[in-house]
Write a protein that binds this ligand. Structure first.
Ligand code: A3P
Length: 284
């Protein structure tokens, strides 16, 4: 529809992206060796990981996460304000992106900048996205989970095909400066996963600090933090309709998919991802 443009095979909402900026990000954005970038397909746990990274940096202290909004602590490089704010930032930066790998800054591939890529059960991504896009006033709203599922399978959603996004980023998984995590392991083994993140970052965290990081990045605490729960984005995101911190669980798809839909989805997943080891996808 009219609210979308396609850039190198990927659809983007016109309201917040432009082909010129996407080209600039890809060609000119300089990633530095000390940068840490959160990369996800939308609704996979982006904001959760950002909160964890910020809290690791502040040793669990909440001053930073409670006084500066997420998108300023870890700017989204492909958006206009994010690009500007990322370029102004000093020192080791936290950055975020939803870009598919073929549109990611070229400078990454010759740098030591670290990327953490979070995947999530695509059926849960679909449900979470359905609610999220329904609260946004600059994009065509899906009328039902079923309709959103159709768009998702056709790759006609912001940032394109989940399958292509995940597959292409996964090809980086043997790299030293790349860490792949899942929403599921974050949820079910948060402590061990946060330790894994610290190890990847080369950060030593004391046990008391670790427990503060865990407490302050919990769903309940994040939901109440207006710097993290998107309530400041009032004009473009109707938080009261569907909060960003909506449910924060795994397997919510079971409440929305029919048995037939789930079976058809699994079959297609199998078809598209058959050549990848099953253990890369840690969900049922
Ligand atoms: P649900 O809609 O399933 O609840 P993103 O940050 O990529 O937009 O992803 C948003 C999803 O992550 C939402 O999923 C949200 O509830 C979940 N989430 C955010 N913070 C979380 C936390 N601390 N613990 C668990 N889930 C969290």
């Amino acid at each position: 529809s009219d609210d979308t443009f396609w850039y190198e095979g990927t659809p983007f909402p016109r309201a917040h992206y432009s082909p010129e900026l996407l080209r600039k990000v890809q060609e000119e954005f300089v990633l530095k060796d000390e940068d840490v970038v959160t990369v996800t397909f939308p609704k996979s746990g982006t904001n959760w990981l950002i909160e964890i990274l910020c809290l690791i940096r502040s040793k669990g202290d909440t001053k930073w996460v409670q006084s500066v909004p997420t998108w300023e602590r870890s700017p989204w490089i492909e958006t206009k304000p994010g690009f500007a704010s990322a370029n102004k930032k000093e020192g080791p930066r936290l950055l975020s992106s939803h870009l598919p790998i073929h549109l990611f800054p070229k400078s990454f591939f010759s740098s030591k900048a670290k990327v953490i890529y979070v995947i999530r059960n695509p059926k849960d991504v679909i449900v979470s996205s359905y609610f999220f896009w329904n609260s946004i006033n600059w994009i065509e709203k899906p009328k039902s989970v079923e309709q959103y599922l159709e768009w998702f399978l056709e790759g006609k959603v912001p940032y394109g095909s989940w399958f292509d996004h995940v597959r292409a980023w996964m090809s980086m998984r043997e790299r030293e400066n790349f860490l792949m995590l899942s929403y599921e392991e974050l949820k079910h083994d948060t402590e061990r996963t946060v330790e894994k993140i610290c190890q990847f970052l080369g950060k030593k965290v004391e046990p008391e600090e670790l427990s503060l990081v865990l407490k302050n990045s919990s769903f309940e605490v994040m939901r109440e933090n207006k710097m993290s729960n998107f309530s400041l984005l009032d004009e473009c995101y109707l938080v009261h309709k569907n909060p960003l911190m909506r449910k924060g669980i795994t397997g919510d798809w079971k409440n929305y998919f029919t048995v037939a839909q789930a079976e058809a989805f699994d079959e297609l997943f199998q078809e598209k991802m058959a050549d990848l080891p099953r253990e890369l996808f840690p969900w049922e």
